[in-house]
Every structure is written in structure tokens, then in C-alpha cells.
Design a protein around this ligand. Structure first.
Ligand code: ZN
Length: 1014
């Protein structure tokens, strides 16, 4: 049957090409018209595959040669060609082959006065131009001049012809050579005038398609630099910006508004960022001239890139995991096989023995010492010294894992789990149960402070103070909670001593923030070595914070929000009158900033993890913000954390962070930033809350010079914009990319954990893995269960427990990794029976922060050397990457004594995706995915790497198995996951990614990730 059909069609097509008989041809055309007008696109494809385009083109050239022209044949033929040409991707080429471009053009010329015939010709012209080469040929042969004769100012006559001409012109202008030709012939100005005319006269919006067609012509012409320049000179920005204002209220005009917005964005003159240099404000001299000089920045003026043709991507393709990934897969089996190599002399491994005290510990003192507290001096050296406070039982605290997955969380109301978790938290605050008492605390503070002093270089010794709060006594009167009456009275006097405020604040601190103590925080923060030599503490880090009472749903994206923001940006150019342009904060030139200008916000960020570089007041309530680059680098802008004060009440402030670099962001998919209000905190609500509305993220007009941008990708900057209404007038607020977690937070958290574990059950040892480049200590923890008894078999069991090796926060901007690590640690030392079992089964070796310097100095991705530490695992440099070098050394040591870990996991945060998931390593899955044939007889692989993710998928509501991947990419060959898998032979070697945003599945679906509840 199909054969017959095929032969039938082929007979028709070949007859069409060869027959000279008019009736036969008309009949065939009529049959073909019927065939194609019914049915689907598949039918057209079928005709194309049987040579339909060629046959029709042949018939066209033959008919066009016959004088006089026979329009009864030509019209159906042209209609068929337009129809087939639309679907035939090779149509342009076929037109060239059939040498039909001239035929079509001359047909159009001859029919200039006959609109019906002309329209048919234009339809075909349009499909021919969809091929760039054919389009260019048509352009050279005068097609655009012809079309400009047809496109008229506003008129209701011959609308179909005008429309066909505009659409053909738009198709022709996709060719850059045609665009250049059009600009040099002055067509761009003509198009603008035509657009203005149609816009002005089409008051009832009957001809939106004509107006949009003209805009598409402009859009294509402005893909070339000459086009953009001419557009600017022709006042294109003003014309389109002004005209689009009339359209904004009418939803039917979206196609027009969107196209205008795209053109305006593209043509907005490109500028370098308003900073003297894009290199970080902070630089760090590296030991042993190992690194080349930083790349010099390119000269001015190379910010334009010609032919920048952007497909305006719609926001529906959130997970842009490109197919290109496959090319990145490692397909060399030898490289995929585990290899026990060593990147250093074997003798060096001996030093790591000291980091495994659990393997040589003598538990002689076990019985005697567990009964009494040890003396304070050797507290850190002994296991049983800390006061015996127990950590709250985590079964009640850590509810999610124990919930059924189909249980739901009320989106706006309190979490049903809240009751469960409040109980232990309250009990936590009861001194008699588990809170260290005042004297203990004071003693501990003194000790911690001593430790802090001792670890410090005296020359660098500095006084660290809390960021000053407003000195107006009324501020305190209004903000303090009633219990603080005494404080108000004491500080309401004329002379307000700053240190008194802090002392009073500390006295009034309710101390109900689990695992946080402001005093511990200060003590630890004093030890921190930062490049800018921080003098200030950010209030939230010092005071602490609690989770909000309920999870917040993801932000519903407001219709047209991006377009509104972009138009508002363009308004700066068109109506410069209300642009202030005043620098109000400048890290590089403190004298240039004008803080306290009337009606203006004050910014600050010189504190741990802070990274604001510059703030410019654009309009009364709008600020452009620039983040600092990573130390010794000129890029990696994503993380932000800064303080703002002096706000008015109920005014939406617009903030634009204008030097983001990622091409897309979860801020486009419901994520909000986080905000902390000091007034709220002092009123008893110390919380980081998801905040901001009208949030969106888009490419802006700032460009990084090619040299400074290290290639094409770095050339663009993106704007994260959001509006915020602050909760109080004249408040002090903090804004951040994600819940901050500083180095001092971690150190003080470890102090508290150590003091509050149950020493009879929990073996806890905190050592120093190494010192960082910046001179900070990188802690290493060992957690396991104390041996059951002194009996030999118990001690043996203790020593022989397999290792689990966990690391986090190699990327400083991924503070969520630290929150996950915080939860891990609290769970591991808790009384939860599962935690107890885990301790009895495993020895946990944990490096909770692999990049302390990066975290301290507000980096997003790198260390002080300007390197991404998670790309250094293959050959870490002991001087430049000490934390990686020694973490790897410890792993080598464990391998050398036959104790390579059972599981290795590196905690990260993922900025583009939702949920929590793992990346692991599998030879077979990698080869399969790459399309390689896998000889299963040669490669045997234990599938144990899938067990842990499968378990997590069952018990952890935020975890999604489908997002996991076990592929080994070439570009990841120097990551912790791949190197530990390959060199240490750890089958279960993972990167764990946690979203910054929230979950798309399960119990937490559509909720934003909130600050974890311990
Ligand atoms: Zn990461």
C-alpha cells in the first residue's frame, strides 16, 4: 500500500516537472493542494522526502519562462511552494540549486502593481530567505529595495501584501550581510519611521502583527554593531521607549512590548563596570612566586562584541543541562580505573598518624576518669573533661527523616513538626538539664579567649567590636522587648558608652538560640585573620538567629516583572533627569563614599563573609550594588552579604546587584534572598527571613573586557534585582544571598558541641588539620562512640570501625553546605539511637570547612590563591592549597594502613537546581552514557555506590534520586569526589549538592529552604 502511494506521488511529481499540458499541471497542483491542506505536517514532510520541493521549483522556473505569464498555474504553485518551503529545512539550498532566486525576484518585480500576485511571490521570497546564504543572494540582487517599495506607511489597503513584505524583509535581515546593506542604504531610519507611523495610527490595535513585524526587522538589524550604532544615532532608544509606554497597560500587546524590550536591552550602550578595576579589592601575596602575574586588563573599548545574537531564552527551561555534557565524559578506561598513586614522598604520610589518635589511644583511664571532671588545663587534650551536658535527643529534634514522605507541611501555618522540636529546645534552655551554667560559661569564655589570644600574632592583635548600633536612646526604647527595661534606663542617658551597650546586650541576650553563644562567637572572631583586618562583627552572626516559625513558599513570579525592570533601567538613559548617581559606599576609596547623605541608605560590609564593594544611589529609592571579586581574582561574583541602615518605612527600595556572572539563577524560579533585622532581633525575633519581591535576574549592559574576562564566557554581567520593604524605620538590616555561616560561627559551634556532648558515650576529638594560607586554623574532627568497656574485644572493635570521611564548604559562597554540616555534627553527637548506632559502627573524620580563608574574606568560590580548591585534588600544592594537600594526605595515610574510608562525601550547595542530590562515580554508567561499548567481562563494578543514595531517597524528603548522577566528567577529574574515588579506591565517593532555593518534590515541595532547625 505504502509502495503504491509512494509510486503514485512520484509519478505526480515527475509529471509535474515534465508535462507541458496546462490541464495536467493544474490537476496535479490541485491534487497536491488537497493532499497538503488535509492532514498533518507529517504529510508535508513525506512530500518533501519524495522530492516535492525540487519538483515544484522546477515547475515554477518552467512556468515563469512561458510568456505570457499564466497566473492560473503560478498562484497555486506559489502557494504550494510557500507551504512546503516553510517545512523544508533545506529549502533555501534547493532554491539555489534550481537557480530559482532570480525567477522569484523577477516574478515579484513584474507583479508590483498586482497585489494578489505580489503577495504570493512574497510568501515564497520569505521562505527562501530563511536560509542565510539564499537570503544574502536575494539581498545582493535587490530584494530589500523591492520590499521597501511595497511596505507603506499606515494604510488599510493591501494589508496582506504589506504584511508579507515585512515578514520577508525580517527573514532577509537575519543575514548579517543584508543587515549591513540595509543600514548603509538608510533603511534602519526608514523602519523606525514606519514603526512610529503604524504605532501612532493603529489606535485600535488591529495591526499588531504589522507593528511586530517591523520590530523584528529592527531586532535583526541591531544584531550587528553597525546596526546598534545607527539605531542609537537615529534616536531608536527614545522612539521605542516612548512608544512602548502606551502599550504597557494592554496585555494583548505583549508581543510588541517583549520585542521592544529585547531591542532596547541589546542596544543599550555597553559600559565597563563603574569600578577602577574588576580585580578584587583584596589581594594576598602568595608564598614562593608560584603564580604568574594577574592578567592585565584589556584596553577600553572592547566591550562590544559584534554579531552578538542572543536568542531570548524563555524561562521555562530551568534545568539547562546541555547535551554537551556527554562530550565531557571520561571514556578512557585506564583513566577511569582505580589507581593507587601517590602525589608525594611516602615518608610524608607519617605525620598523619597523629591525626588518628583513636587508633593508638590507650583507654587506661576509662573507668576512673569517667566519674569525675578533669582539670581544666588539659581539657582539650582529654576525652572526658567537659561538663557532662547531654545534647538533646535528636529523634524529637530531627523530625523530617522520621516523617512519612506523603505527610504534608502546611504552607503558611506553623509546621506540624514544630511541637516536636520545641520541646527539646525548651529543655535545652533549662539550666539543670543541659545548658552550661553561668560560671561554666564564664570560665569557658575566658579559656576560649585565652586560646584565641595565644593563637594570635601579637602584632595583629585587635579589638573586635560589634557593629555600632544607632546611638539615639529612643531607638532602644522603641525596639527593646519589655524585659529590657533596665537596659533602656541604663543606656538612655546622655553619655552612651559603646562597650556598655555590648555588655548590656549580652546580659539581656536570652540565650535561647540553640548551639549559639555570642560570647563564644566574639572569642572566636577575635582569632580570625582576615585580609582587611576586620574590626567589626555583623550583628546576626554575633547575636545568633532562630528559624522562622514556618517555611515560606517559593515566590510566585509576577507577570512581566523582568520587562518592567529592564524598561526602568532604560529610563536612566532616556530620562537622566532623576538619576542621582552618587557613590554612597566604596570599599576601594572610603573617602569617595558619602554616608549619611540625607535620605540615603548607609552600607557596610567589612565583616566576616561580607563582600559589598560599592553602592551607588541611582534614584531616590534605588541602588546599584557591586560585589567584590574573590581575593586575587577578578571574577566569581555570586555570594553577597552586607549591612544597610537608615531606611524609611513602607518604601520599596530597589536594589540591583549588577556584577553577577552566572547565566541564570534560582532567583528567576521562586528563590528570595534573606534579610535580618536588628530591631526585630532585639524584640525577640532574631531571624533570617526570606525577603524581597519583584525579584529577577537578567543580562545587563555591563561588560567585562575580554582580557579581564578570560574569554567569552566572562564577558557578560547579569543583574539580580529585588525590591525590599524594610520592617522598621531607621533599622539596621543585613541582606545576604543565603543564610550566612561564618568561620567564627563554625568555630564557636564546635566549642559548644564539644562542651555539650555526652563524654561517656561520644568520643570527640578536635585537632588542627593545618593552617591556611591566611593563617587560620582548619579544624579536623574525629567522632565515634567511646569503647563499650576496657575489655580487649571492645577496644579492638573501637579501633577497627570503618571510617566515614566528610568534608564541607570548599566553596565559600555555599553556606548551605555548612548548615548541612552543622546538622550532621549535631546529629552525630546527639542521643538519638541512630546516631548512637552510627558512632558504634563508624569512625567519622570530618573537615567541616575546607576553605576558611575564602569564607572569612567573603569569597564565593576560591581560596586566597585565587584557585578553586575543588579543582586541586589531583596535585594540590602544599603551600598554596594546604587544606586540600593535608586532607588528601590524611586520606593517603588511611589508605596506607589499609583503612581507606568506606564513604567519602563532600558537601556543596547548588545554585541552579532544586532539592538535594549526590554525584558519585561509576565506570560503567560513564561509558554507557558516552555510548561506548562496555565489555562487562573485563570491567566488573560493585554497584554499592548506589546504595546510599537509594537509602537517602527513601528516608530524606528533600533528597531526589533522579537528580543524582554517577558520571565521571573530564572537567571534574581534579575534584574531591573523583580523586578520592580513583586514587583512594573509595567506591562510595560523593559530592552532595543542596539547593539554595527549595524543593520541587516531596514533603517540602514549593517551599523555600529555611534555616535548618538544628
Ligand atoms: Zn560547590
Amino acid at each position: 500500500m505504502a509502495e503504491q502511494e509512494a509510486s503514485g506521488l512520484q509519478v505526480l511529481l515527475s509529471t509535474l516537472q515534465s508535462s507541458g499540458d496546462k490541464d495536467v499541471i493544474l490537476n496535479i497542483l490541485s491534487v497536491l493542494t488537497d493532499l497538503l491542506s488535509l492532514g498533518t505536517g507529517r504529510r508535508i514532510q513525506y512530500v518533501i522526502s519524495k522530492g516535492g520541493s525540487e519538483a515544484l521549483l522546477q515547475a515554477l522556473t518552467t512556468t515563469a519562462r512561458t510568456e505570457p505569464l499564466d497566473h492560473s498555474i503560478l498562484l497555486p504553485l506559489l502557494r504550494l511552494l510557500a507551504r512546503v518551503g516553510q517545512r523544508d529545512r533545506k529549502f533555501g539550498l534547493k532554491v539555489q540549486k534550481a537557480e530559482a532566486t532570480d525567477t522569484i525576484l523577477s516574478l515579484a518585480r513584474r507583479n508590483l502593481c498586482h497585489h494578489l500576485h505580489l503577495t504570493h511571490c512574497l510568501w515564497v521570497l520569505r521562505v527562501c530567505a530563511s536560509n542565510v546564504t539564499t537570503g544574502t543572494t536575494l539581498g545582493i540582487n535587490g530584494a530589500m529595495e523591492l520590499l521597501f517599495k511595497v511596505i507603506t506607511p499606515y494604510s488599510k489597503r493591501h494589508i496582506r501584501t504589506v504584511r508579507a513584505a515585512i515578514e520577508a524583509l525580517a527573514a532577509l535581515l537575519k543575514s548579517k550581510s543584508n543587515s549591513r546593506r540595509a543600514v548603509s542604504r538608510g533603511f534602519l531610519g526608514g523602519l523606525l519611521r514606519l514603526y512610529q507611523d503604524w504605532h501612532r495610527n493603529d489606535v485600535s490595535n488591529n495591526y499588531v502583527y504589522i507593528r511586530r513585524g517591523l520590530l523584528l526587522c529592527l531586532k535583526h538589524i541591531t544584531n550587528i554593531q553597525l546596526g546598534r550604532e545607527t539605531f542609537l544615532c537615529s534616536k531608536g532608544m527614545e522612539i521605542l521607549f516612548t512608544s512602548v509606554q502606551d502599550c504597557l497597560s494592554c496585555k494583548n500587546l505583549d508581543p510588541i512590548i517583549n520585542t521592544v524590550t529585547q531591542i532596547l536591552r541589546k542596544c543599550y550602550p555597553k559600559e565597563p563596570l563603574p569600578v577602577a578595576t574588576v580585580r578584587s579589592s583584596y589581594s594576598f601575596p602568595l608564598p614562593g612566586n608560584t603564580k604568574a602575574e594577574p592578567p592585565c586588563e584589556g584596553s577600553e573599548g572592547d566591550y562590544e562584541s559584534d554579531g552578538e545574537e542572543e536568542a531570548e531564552k524563555d524561562l521555562d527551561s530551568e534545568e539547562e543541562e546541555s547535551k554537551e555534557e556527554d562530550y565531557d565524559l571520561e571514556t578512557d578506561v585506564n583513566k577511569l580505573r582505580s589507581k593507587a598513586v601517590l602525589d608525594r614522598p611516602e615518608e610524608e604520610l607519617g605525620q598523619y598518624e597523629a591525626m588518628c589518635p583513636e587508633l593508638s589511644h590507650n583507654f587506661q583511664e576509662l573507668e576512673t576518669e569517667s566519674e569525675e571532671k578533669k582539670s581544666l588545663e588539659d581539657r582539650t587534650e582529654n576525652l572526658l573533661s567537659a561538663p557532662s551536658h547531654s545534647i538533646p535527643n535528636a529523634t524529637s529534634v530531627k523530625h523530617p527523616n522520621y516523617r512519612l514522605r506523603n505527610q504534608s507541611v502546611t504552607e503558611m501555618g506553623p509546621d506540624p513538626g514544630e511541637k516536636d522540636f520545641k520541646v527539646p529546645l525548651q529543655s535545652w534552655t533549662k539550666k539543670e538539664i543541659c545548658r552550661w551554667d553561668q560560671t561554666d560559661e564564664k570560665r569557658d569564655i575566658a579559656e576560649t579567649a585565652q586560646e584565641a589570644d595565644s593563637c594570635e600574632d601579637p602584632a595583629r592583635n585587635h579589638v573586635l567590636i560589634l557593629r555600632p548600633l544607632p546611638k539615639d536612646p529612643a531607638w532602644y526604647k522603641k525596639t527593646f522587648y519589655p524585659e529590657c527595661e533596665a537596659l533602656i534606663n541604663s543606656i538612655a542617658g546622655e553619655s552612651l558608652d559603646y562597650s556598655d551597650i555590648v555588655t548590656n546586650l549580652l546580659e539581656k541576650h536570652q540565650g535561647d538560640i540553640p548551639f549559639h553563644s555570642p560570647r563564644f562567637y566574639i572569642a572566636r572572631a577575635k582569632c580570625v585573620k582576615s585580609i582587611p583586618d576586620y574590626k567589626d562583627l555583623a550583628f546576626p552572626d554575633f547575636w545568633g538567629h532562630q528559624p522562622p516559625p514556618y517555611s515560606k513558599p517559593m515566590l510566585e513570579r509576577k507577570y512581566g516583572v523582568q520587562r518592567d525592570k529592564v524598561l526602568d533601567d532604560v529610563r536612566r538613559l532616556i530620562q537622566p533627569g532623576d538619576v542621582i548617581g552618587r557613590t554612597v559606599f566604596d570599599l576601594d576609596e572610603p573617602s569617595h563614599s558619602s554616608p549619611g547623605a540625607p535620605g540615603c541608605l548607609t552600607f557596610f560590609s567589612k565583616f566576616e563573609s561580607g563582600n559589598l564593594r560599592k553602592a551607588i544611589q541611582v534614584r531616590e529609592f534605588e541602588y546599584d550594588l557591586i560585589m567584590n571579586a574573590d581575593v586575587n581574582s577578578n571574577q566569581q561574583h555570586q555570594w553577597f552579604y552586607f549591612e544597610v541602615r537608615g531606611m524609611k518605612l513602607a518604601v520599596p527600595y530597589r536594589f540591583n546587584i549588577i556584577n553577577c556572572e552566572k547565566f541564570n539563577s534560582q532567583f528567576n524560579y521562586g528563590m528570595q534572598l534573606v534579610m535580618y533585622s536588628v530591631k526585630e532581633a532585639l524584640q525577640g525575633r532574631p531571624r533570617w527571613l526570606r525577603a524581597g519581591h519583584d525579584i529577577c535576574y537578567y543580562k545587563n549592559h555591563y561588560r567585562c573586557s575580554a582580557a579581564a574576562g578570560r574569554g567569552v564566557k566572562g564577558n557578560f554581567y547579569y543583574t539580580l534585582t529585588f525590591n525590599i520593604k524594610f520592617p522598621h524605620k531607621d533599622d539596621v538590616c543585613y541582606l545576604a544571598y543565603h543564610y550566612p555561616y561564618t568561620y567564627s560561627t563554625m568555630m564557636s559551634h564546635l566549642d559548644i558541641l564539644e562542651r555539650n556532648r555526652n563524654p561517656k558515650k561520644v568520643y570527640w576529638r578536635q585537632q588542627t588539620l593545618c593552617q591556611t594560607l591566611g593563617g587560620n586554623l582548619c579544624p579536623l574532627l574525629t567522632i565515634t562512640a567511646m569503647p563499650e568497656s576496657k575489655k580487649r574485644e571492645d577496644l579492638e572493635q573501637f579501633c577497627n570501625r570503618p571510617y566515614v570521611f566528610l568534608v564541607a564548604r570548599v566553596h565559600p559562597g555555599e553556606s548551605n553546605a555548612s548548615w548541612v554540616m552543622k546538622g550532621t555534627l549535631e546529629f552525630l553527637v546527639s542521643n538519638d539511637p541512630i546516631a548512637d548506632l552510627l558512632r558504634k559502627c563508624f569512625i567519622f573524620k570530618i573537615v567541616p570547612m575546607l576553605n576558611p580563608d575564602g569564607v572569612i574574606n567573603g569569597n564565593h568560590r576560591c581560596s586566597l590563591s585565587g584557585d578553586d580548591l575543588n579543582r586541586q585534588w589531583l596535585t594540590p600544592n602544599s603551600q598554596l592549597h594546604p587544606t586540600i594537600y593535608h586532607a588528601k594526605g590524611l586520606l593517603y595515610y588511611l589508605r596506607s594502613i589499609g583503612r581507606a574510608p568506606l564513604v567519602f562525601c563532600d558537601y556543596h550547595g547548588h545554585s541552579q537546581r532544586k532539592n538535594v542530590f549526590l554525584y558519585g562515580c561509576s565506570i560503567k554508567e560513564t561509558l554507557w552514557q558516552a555510548g561506548c561499548t562496555v565489555d562487562t567481562a573485563v570491567i566488573t563494578e560493585d554497584v554499592g555506590y548506589r546504595t546510599l543514595p537509594k537509602i537517602l531517597d527513601k528516608v530524606a524528603p528533600a533528597f531526589v534520586m533522579n537528580s543524582c548522577s554517577f558520571l565521571v566528567e573530564k572537567s571534574r577529574e581534579s575534584t574531591a569526589r573523583v580523586v578520592v574515588w580513583k586514587e583512594m579506591g573509595v567506591l562510595r565517593s560523593y559530592t552532595m549538592e543542596s539547593t539554595y532555593c527549595g524543593c520541587s518534590h516531596g514533603l517540602y515541595k514549593k517551599l523555600q529552604q529555611q534555616q535548618p532547625r538544628d
